[in-house]
Design a protein around this ligand. Structure first.
Ligand code: AMP
Length: 213
């Protein structure tokens, strides 16, 4: 199964992507995670991406298209993959088509803007393994400590309120038109992501039930 996971920032793509990855045993790639790793390592790519990310804007298409092209041509993706956060614009989707990559399904997790803002203000990320928590909805067992690896949790630079609003505006303007793009190809499925994580997971699994795990 070759899958694209769409949704506003904070819609829960990372959480659902991990669950799908486990069930279908296919790798999940998040362009956001790759870019954050490059920023942390201080590579040329990271230096270029940082200012865009910190201000809530999208990194230029050519940069992310290059990263994804390398990744999809690796052996890891031979039996399928999940793209979390790519494509995020029509030119990126066209680039994916031009690579000859066949997408089976595009899953959009739908969450209202108000809920997104509430969610992102409580989001905490593990500084070592990248696991995601929420102070109210998915709290770690010990405050500010990762359950999985014991490292400290932090607030992403781009999760501050002003930047969240910018990211949401960019999502509606630049990324959301992809829903029509993929609906026209007959491969779009939408799932509500408003309630509990388990409810969203149930909706996701139902939408993907025609693909054998
Ligand atoms: P995410 O973790 O998916 O929310 O991504 C964090 C940030 O990385 C975004 O706000 C963008 O600045 C950048 N980014 C991630 N994926 C893409 C993409 N496909 N195109 C452009 N920028 C991206």
């Amino acid at each position: 199964m070759n899958l694209i996971l769409m949704g506003a920032p904070g819609a829960g793509k990372g959480t659902q992507s991990a669950k799908i990855s486990e069930k279908w045993n296919i790798p999940a790639v998040s362009t956001g995670d790759m870019l954050r790793a490059a920023v942390k390592e201080g590579t040329a790519l990271g230096l270029e991406a940082k200012s865009y990310m910190d201000s809530g804007n999208l990194v230029p298409d050519a940069v992310v298209i290059g990263i994804i092209k390398d990744y999809l041509s690796s052996d890891k993706c031979a039996n399928g993959f999940i793209l979390d956060g790519f494509p995020r614009s029509i030119p990126q989707a066209e680039a994916l088509d031009a690579m000859g990559v066949k997408i089976d399904v595009v899953l959009s997790i739908e969450v209202e803007d108000e809920k997104i803002v509430e969610r992102m203000s409580g989001r905490r990320i593990c500084s070592a393994c990248g696991a995601s928590y929420h102070i109210a909805y998915i709290p770690p067992k010990t405050e500010n400590v990762c359950d999985a690896c014991g490292a400290s949790l932090y607030i992403r630079d781009d999760d501050v309120a002003e930047t969240v609003l910018k990211r949401l505006a960019n999502y509606h303007e630049i990324t959301e038109p992809l829903k029509d793009y993929y609906a026209a190809k007959g491969i779009l499925a939408c799932v509500k992501g408003m309630e509990k994580v388990e409810d969203t997971t149930a909706g996701v699994m139902k939408a993907l039930s025609k693909f054998e795990a």
